[in-house]
Design a protein around this ligand. Sequence first.
Ligand SMILES: [Zn+2]
Length: 230
Amino acid sequence: MSEPADEAGLKVVDAFDLDAQLRGLLRPGSVVRDHRGREHKLPRYFYEISSRDDAVRARLAPNFGLNEFIRVDLKEAPRLQEYPKYIPCAVRLLAFYLQRLRERLGASLHVTVNGGYRSPSHRAAVGATPHMWGTAADLYRIGSAILRERGSIEMASRVAEELSEDLHVKPFGHDAGQTDDHIHLFLFYVTGVPREMSEDSGDSPQASPRFAFEEPRRRSDTALPPSDSR
Ligand SMILES: [Zn+2]
């Protein structure tokens, strides 16, 4: 399921180099507070996805395409509903954990619309949420089971929390900070800086646009024996 080695990797951009409208919507480096008043700095490095086809083609993990994390509805700012779309680079880590959870549960995981990346300009945004870092996913279905009652939500939540200390799940319930019709799975507030980028302390548009393409994985360095020969 991996990309051919000669294919260019995803395009990474420094959000400070984007146009004023996008910078205003993505707010790279801005501080947002969570519901308890703790401050978190929004991500600066994003994947830029030029079209729906590219989003479908870009695999973050064997069973997760990038498209699954950028489906938004009308609550997202209009400019962010269009291509090119932007998603923080830390989404790679989320996909890694979701892949492991999928394998542990032995069933496909379905991310809701608006259940992947949500910008700080999203209309439902109230304070910092890992969705703004690309490190949270709302799951509404596991295999063919729709998650809308306590039993299935708590079972899958337990599996996720047992899988890794890095994975957190909002508890089941009907109050604020709880969920009763999906699983809200999240990691830390992770800010990814792809190694292809160089960082500086600037927080204003740069003189010339800077971006990079992720270097394709060199298969010969990392090749495992094919599974049928083990
Ligand atoms: Zn959520």
